[in-house]
Design a protein around this ligand. Structure first.
Ligand code: SAM
Length: 179
C-alpha cells in the first residue's frame, strides 16, 4: 500500500520544529511523500541531508504546495482514498481492516483546526482516540496501525551510515558502497 501525507497549515516560526517532525515521521514510518503548505523551503535541505546520511533518497519526497484542494481532488480522481485524522472521527480500530484494503491513501493532518470542507472531502474521518493531542502522534499511530508495525524494520537503501542495534551504547557503521 502507498501512503502519502498532506499537512495543512503552519503557524510561522512556532511550528518550524513540528513541521520538520511531521516530515521525519512520515519518512521514517513508511510513507512515500509529504505535501506541505506554507512552509520554509529549507525543509527540503534538511530532509536531503537526512537521506544522504541515513538512506532512502528515492523512497521519500517533500512537495511544497499552494493548493491543497487540488492535491485532494487529483488524488481522488486517480482512484486514491483520503483520510482526515481528527479527534471527531471514527476510532481507527473500527476502520482499520477496511483501511488496510485500500491501495493508495492520502492522510491529512492539520497544524491547527482544518477547514470544515475537508471533513466532507475525506473518504474517512479517523480518530486516534477522541481526545485532543498532536498531529505528529496521530500520524505516527496511524502509520504504525496501517502498516501493522512492519514499517519499523524498513530498509533505507543507499545509506552512508547504518545503526547496529546495541543493548547498551551506540554503534554506527559507515557503509562503503552506500547500500
Ligand atoms: N481541536 C483541534 C481540531 O479541531 O482537530 C485539534 C487540532 S490539533 C493541534 C492539530 C491536528 O492534530 C488536527 O488537525 C488533527 O489532524 C490532529 N489530531 C489531534 N488530535 C487527534 C486525535 N485524537 N485523532 C486524530 N487526529 C488528531
Amino acid at each position: 500500500m502507498k501512503v502519502s501525507v498532506l499537512r495543512i497549515g503552519h503557524r510561522l516560526v512556532r511550528d518550524d520544529r513540528i513541521t520538520t517532525h511531521a516530515a521525519l515521521v512520515s519518512r521514517a514510518l513508511g510513507s512515500d511523500k509529504i505535501y506541505m503548505t506554507e512552509v520554509d523551503h529549507s525543509i527540503n535541505e534538511t530532509l536531503e541531508e537526512i537521506a544522504k546520511r541515513w538512506g532512502g533518497k528515492y523512497d521519500f519526497a517533500i512537495e511544497i504546495i499552494e493548493d491543497w484542494r487540488k492535491v485532494i481532488k487529483d488524488w481522488k480522481k486517480e482512484g486514491g482514498k483520503v483520510v482526515l485524522l481528527t479527534m471527531y472521527g471514527i476510532n481507527i480500530d473500527d476502520r482499520i481492516n477496511q483501511l488496510r484494503k485500500e491501495d493508495r491513501v492520502l492522510v491529512i493532518i492539520g497544524a491547527e483546526k482544518v477547514p470544515r470542507e475537508i471533513y466532507d472531502l475525506a473518504d474517512y474521518n479517523i480518530a486516534i482516540g477522541n481526545q485532543p493531542h498532536s498531529e505528529i502522534a496521530a500520524l505516527a499511530i496511524f502509520l504504525d496501525r496501517i502498516f501493522s508495525g512492519k514499517e519499523l524494520k524498513k530498509d533505507f537503501r543507499g545509506a552512508k551510515l547504518k545503526i547496529i542495534p546495541m543493548v547498551k551504547g551506540k554503534m554506527v557503521k559507515e557503509m562503503e558502497n552506500n547500500v
